[in-house]
Design a protein around this ligand. Structure first.
Ligand code: PMP
Length: 290
């Protein structure tokens, strides 16, 4: 398969490690047909995999939220990850993606049959890129609510919505979308959580069930708080962001990255984002390797 040629890839499925982008779904697989799948994303770089246990726990919680029956413990996922990473000798950075999906459906095929839950762990080489900044624009697309989609899960079926928000933003010349919730408050970007800084205070949207309250977001708040910044979760409007001194985003992929343009307004990467980035890297290197 084409993606296999892109970078070193190993997938653990059904008790074995397989090289490459191994084919594991059929046209009759429930996940392929109706989209019942969950995943998580963590990073290994420079010998450490920060917050890997939290990512492993979250993939199990996501599976349960979709009615799947996870058949691995978070500890087993962590152990398997460190085992698989041995296959990446000489590589500097690897993406860690555990997934669960439903192979069969229940009543009329629609709900997932939890007894058919399957697991795989895909590891692939992915260099740590650290963008110096990115631009955002307010998206016409909104985050669904918990009543309309399983927003408490990191589920594949949520991502076509993020995808169309990012595509629409790119078509207007921006790197990413600033996605609002159904009440019109800022939720997150198409691929990360969002923060603003005003008069030295660090603010981020309060979780209200519509967006992923990220692991990197929580870690960054703790680190900035311990350092001495006030960090507050609060309902935030587009205006709050337009009037911010700094904007930055967090996510496991690129960690902490400043926003350097919102709509027509240029922003400089500011001291809080810079400090958050430094603190994250320092903390990450202090975590233990498996
Ligand atoms: N929001 C969305 C939509 C994401 O895809 C991600 C990345 N997984 C995040 C936020 C950040 O979450 P985390 O820090 O747990 O990676």
């Amino acid at each position: 398969l084409a993606a296999a040629a892109q970078s070193a890839t190993w997938t653990f499925v059904d008790g074995d490690w397989n090289e490459g982008n191994v084919a594991i779904l059929g046209p009759r697989s429930h996940a392929m047909w109706l989209g019942t799948s969950v995943f998580d994303g963590a990073r290994w770089f420079e010998g450490v995999a920060p917050d890997l246990e939290l990512h492993a726990a979250r993939v199990n919680a996501s599976a349960i939220a979709l009615g799947l029956a996870p058949n691995m413990t978070p500890e087993q996922i962590v152990g398997l990850t460190w085992d698989g990473l041995k296959r990446f000798d000489g590589k500097t950075a690897v993406y860690i993606r555990p997934m669960y999906w439903a192979e069969h459906g229940g009543y009329m095929g629609v709900p997932a049959d939890p007894a058919s839950t399957r697991f795989c762990l895909c590891l692939y080489e992915s260099p740590m890129i650290s963008p110096t900044g990115f631009s955002v624009t307010v998206s016409p697309f909104r985050r669904p609510t918990i009543e309309t989609m399983p927003t408490n899960a990191k589920a594949g079926c949520l991502y076509p919505n993020n995808g169309r928000a990012i595509l629409e933003a790119k078509a207007r010349g921006f790197d990413n979308a600033l996605v609002l919730d159904m009440l019109g408050n800022v939720a997150e970007t198409g691929s990360s959580n969002i923060f603003l800084v005003k008069d030295g205070h660090v603010l981020t949207p309060a979780p209200n069930g519509t967006f992923l309250s990220g692991i990197t977001r929580a870690r960054t708040m703790t680190l900035l708080g311990d350092y001495g910044f006030t960090t507050t979760e609060k309902t935030l409007s587009v205006r709050d962001f337009l009037e911010a001194d700094e904007i930055f985003s967090t996510g496991n992929h690129s960690k902490v990255v400043p926003v350097t343009r919102m709509e027509s307004r240029d922003l400089q990467p500011g001291p809080a984002a810079k400090k958050a980035r430094e603190l994250y890297w320092e903390w990450a290197h202090s975590t233990s390797a498996g």
